[in-house]
Ligand binder design. Structure first.
Ligand code: HEC
Ligand code: HEC
Ligand code: HEC
Ligand code: HEC
Length: 416
């Protein structure tokens, strides 16, 4: 049966899948490489655990002014939602350059010390903010209650006693403890649920927006409060393995040329901003998918919450490569944004700022954002003239700037 499926995968897809693996491997290699290179300085980017970042976020007092996914004070912006997930890497960089001065001013006004952080702690915080962007927005239990009736769940399910008894009471199922567990329960029971629906003449519900999150919020509100479990930590590499072993690959190309049974899930297609919205699309498509699977003689794969998280993280990781750019354009951007005034036109350094190129430093978005955090206050203080004239960085600058900062230093006869 496995051979059968393999034969159906067009060569182009296999080739592309290998390329994707290379991308994932490349990204991991870059991260591991970076981790090794910077181990002496104790800095690790993206490889950090979001949980550690959450702890630092509290410890350093960021929670006094910021929320992340609704947790914390609301003086500053909610850091998980100040922009779209797709642009989050370059955006972290521009946010640290453009908005951070207002933050430092607020800290001064409130006589709070500028939080000093190790590189590693900064990386942890950024990983935490970055990952939080794919977490669901907290659902709305009132809307969930309405949807529970509108979508017909109430015919078969109760929530804490009130409702039908064809299926289990949803407030009492063991999976009502985290968003991803809830999502995987919906997926794993979709076939059985579907047969029951056919029997009872009920149509499979279509979910849109954040319907499933809202229904979950309603269920959650009525479930026993003691057991709240965090969603599993994503592991994209494991997700790539699962994407193949669970058979997703045999119907979903990860590149448009696939010519597949299901839609392409590769980097050229749109994915919604959060894991749970992607899960929602998948659950909505469950009847169509199981029908195709039956045609192929395949059982719908059982997916744990961890499996689903890893597969989704893999799909999203294909979209989160570092922004690319041109070193030549980057050099112009470096002047247009006034970096040259302190760091020199080739970033060779001057009396007002250190050299940035030719020091064996490998810049990444995370690294640049982290530099702006560490050195930004000083850079801002040294700005001459009216601060309102300080140039803003655009998201589209980031790839070019990084390419420029990483370009080898050319021996130049004209420079000193
Ligand atoms: C005294 C209050 C205060 C504290 C403490 C604080 N911030 Fe801020 N932060 C702000 C304000 C105000 C802004 C500016 C928002 C704007 O310009 O719209 C900001 C902006 C930011 C931004 C850019 C977000 C955006 O809207 O683009 C990031 C990222 C950030 N802070 C991270 C942190 C981190 C990490 C910590 C803890 C180490 C922290 N902040 C501590 C008040 C604070
Ligand atoms: C026609 C009846 C029917 C309708 C309508 C229905 N379900 Fe179900 N549901 C079932 C049955 C039966 C099961 C148990 C399936 C099994 O044993 O695998 C189930 C299982 C589930 C599970 C997994 C429970 C577990 O044990 O982990 C969840 C979650 C769930 N349903 C949510 C919903 C939601 C949300 C709706 C509305 C959008 C809904 N169901 C509509 C009949 C229904
Ligand atoms: C036998 C073929 C088949 C297999 C295997 C399969 N899918 Fe699908 N999948 C489909 C089809 C067909 C659709 C589109 C249904 C529709 O358009 O309503 C779909 C839709 C989806 C969607 C919604 C995408 C969208 O654009 O609406 C997601 C997400 C998804 N599948 C993920 C997966 C994952 C993850 C796996 C592996 C665990 C998987 N699929 C396995 C056939 C398959
Ligand atoms: C007003 C002068 C000034 C301007 C303008 C300026 N910088 Fe800086 N920059 C500095 C100084 C001074 C330091 C070192 C600060 C310190 O030691 O904390 C620094 C440090 C840095 C670092 C960290 C270097 C290291 O040692 O790790 C980076 C990266 C950087 N700047 C990039 C930029 C970029 C990109 C721009 C333009 C968007 C820019 N700077 C604009 C003065 C400036």
């Amino acid at each position: 049966m496995v051979d059968d499926q393999n034969r159906r995968i067009p060569i182009a897809v296999v080739v592309w899948a290998l390329a994707a693996l290379a991308v994932v491997a490349g990204v991991s290699a870059l991260l591991i490489h970076q981790q090794r290179r910077t181990e002496n300085r104790g800095a690790e980017y993206l490889s950090e655990s979001p949980a550690a970042g959450s702890a630092v976020f509290r410890k350093k007092g960021c929670v006094n002014c910021h929320q992340v996914n609704g947790v914390g004070a609301s003086t500053g912006s909610d850091l998980a939602h100040y922009g779209s997930a797709e642009h989050s890497l370059p955006q972290l960089v521009t946010a640290m350059w453009n908005h951070a001065p207002r933050m430092w001013e607020q800290m001064q006004e409130r006589h709070l010390p500028y939080p000093s952080m190790e590189d590693r702690e900064i990386a942890q915080i950024f990983t935490y903010i970055y990952m939080s962007r794919h977490v669901a927005l907290p659902g709305d239990p009132a809307s969930g209650h309405t949807l529970f009736e509108e979508k017909g769940c109430v015919h078969c399910h109760a929530v804490a006693g009130a409702g039908g008894a064809v299926g289990p009471d949803l407030a009492r199922i063991p999976e009502a403890v985290s968003g991803m567990q809830w999502m995987s329960a919906l997926w794993n029971h979709s076939s059985a649920m579907q047969s029951k629906m056919t029997e009872m003449g009920v149509a499979w519900p279509k979910f849109a927006g954040q319907d499933i999150d809202d229904i979950y919020a309603y269920v959650r509100q009525n479930a026993s409060p003691a057991t709240i479990v965090h969603d599993p930590n994503p592991d994209p590499e494991n997700g790539w393995g699962l994407f193949q072993s669970k058979g997703c690959m045999s119907c979903h190309g990860i590149k448009d040329e696939g010519g597949q049974v299901g839609s392409s899930l590769g980097p050229n297609g749109d994915l919604p901003a959060t894991f749970s919205k992607l899960g929602e699309l998948m659950v909505t498509a469950a009847p169509a998918m199981t029908e195709e699977m039956r045609k192929e003689g395949m059982q719908p794969p059982h997916l744990t919450a961890q499996d689903m998280t890893d597969i989704f993280a893999f799909l999203y990781s294909l979209r989160y490569v570092e922004p690319s750019g041109s070193a030549a354009v980057g050099q112009s951007v470096f002047s247009w944004r006034g970096c040259n005034r302190c760091h020199g036109s080739s970033a060779q350094g001057s009396s007002r700022g250190p050299a940035l190129r030719g020091r064996g430093e490998h810049y990444t978005s995370m690294g640049l954002a982290s530099s702006f955090w560490r050195h930004g206050a000083k850079m801002y203080d040294r700005t001459e003239g009216p601060r309102t004239e300080r140039a803003s960085l655009l998201e589209s600058d980031v790839g070019d700037l990084i390419a420029f900062l990483n370009s080898p230093v050319q021996p130049n006869k004209n420079s000193r």
